[in-house]
Design a binder for this molecule. Structure first.
Ligand code: MG
Ligand code: MG
Length: 310
């Protein structure tokens, strides 16, 4: 994965629409520059709030979405491989290797490996983020060996034939705590609700509201500034998709958009979080556990199409 500044600027004819985002004060813009958010691997950080200039969203053709579906299938396989490998005593590095083996086998490139955004002191060293217990997202796989009852979130991306998929799963190793089962199930419910709201004619805020409502109803915390994102030729493209917000606001959704929707909830109920000393991992501030799930979804005339299913 590369930083935005190093990305190739798409040709003008690659970019198809102008955007209207009055809530964020961005006004109505014509396409002027490359897509780009992105300084976060899973859960792109909001870009609109901290930059000026047009929001650019590429509307994908049916054939592009079919290509993204193939990349998404690789992501799903890699995630399944990590979950199948996960057991008490297995290290996070071994989970990374399980995903890496799938990427190698399929000829896919990892958009995570060597990604080095400006905020991070080091390039990301792995093909998955492995976020255990109080880590919300962006955990670096290391020699930590899984213990009974650990809540694990795995985030993985794959680029195949120039198109990208991005998804995440959360699961429990060994004997689950009831509270963790509820947290994971609620995150999945929020993902389902967010996907259902991803329809042409609606707005980004409808997705954000759908996700946030589920989390807030369960009294979970939501880390503000992190959420989903546009996706396509790059893993992180415009627009940012917050995990909480007001319905009917924000960017108008159109067929051909592809979005990664990724609820992340904190069990303790607080929205507070902190960054680890490695500059990557995001921890809950209160030490409570967190869950993160994600799918890459295309908006089509026939409704939302999940691209990261097996
Ligand atoms: Mg992801
Ligand atoms: Mg993502």
């Amino acid at each position: 994965m590369r930083e935005v500044a190093k990305r190739q600027v798409p040709r003008v004819h690659d970019v198809h629409i102008e955007m209207d985002d009055k809530r964020l004060g961005a006004g109505r813009h014509r396409v002027k520059r490359a897509p780009g958010d992105t300084d976060r691997i899973g859960g792109a950080r909001s870009s609109l709030s901290r930059r000026r200039g047009p929001t650019v969203v590429e509307l994908k053709s049916d054939s592009a979405l079919d290509a993204m579906r193939e990349a998404g299938r690789v992501v799903a396989r890699a995630l399944t491989a990590t979950q199948d490998s996960a057991a008490v005593g297995v290290s996070l590095l071994e989970l990374d290797e399980a995903a890496h083996a799938v990427l190698r086998e399929t000829g896919a490139r990892s958009p995570f490996l060597h990604y080095h955004p400006a905020f991070a002191p080091t390039p990301f060293p792995a093909v998955i983020c492995a976020s255990v217990n109080d880590v919300i997202v962006h955990g670096i796989p290391d020699g930590y060996r899984l213990r009974d009852g650990d809540l694990v979130s795995i985030d993985c991306g794959a680029e195949l034939a120039g198109w990208t998929g991005d998804a995440a799963i959360s699961f429990i190793v060994g004997t689950p705590r009831p509270a963790d089962l509820r947290l994971v199930a609620t995150a999945q419910d929020a993902l389902t609700a967010g996907i259902a709201a991803a329809v042409a004619g609606a707005r980004i805020g409808d997705i954000s509201s759908a996700v946030g409502r589920v989390g807030r109803a369960a009294r979970y915390g939501i880390p503000s500034g992190f959420g989903g994102h546009g996706i396509g030729r790059h893993m992180h493209e415009d627009p940012h998709v917050p995990n909480d917000g007001r319905p009917g606001r924000g960017l108008r959704l159109r067929s051909g958009m592809a979005l990664a929707i990724e609820p992340m909830f904190m069990g303790g109920g607080s929205d507070a979080f902190r960054t680890a000393g490695d500059g990557w991992a995001l921890h809950t501030a209160d030490g409570s556990r967190a869950a993160h799930v994600e799918h890459t979804v295309a908006l089509t005339e026939a409704g939302p199409r999940i691209l990261t299913l097996p």
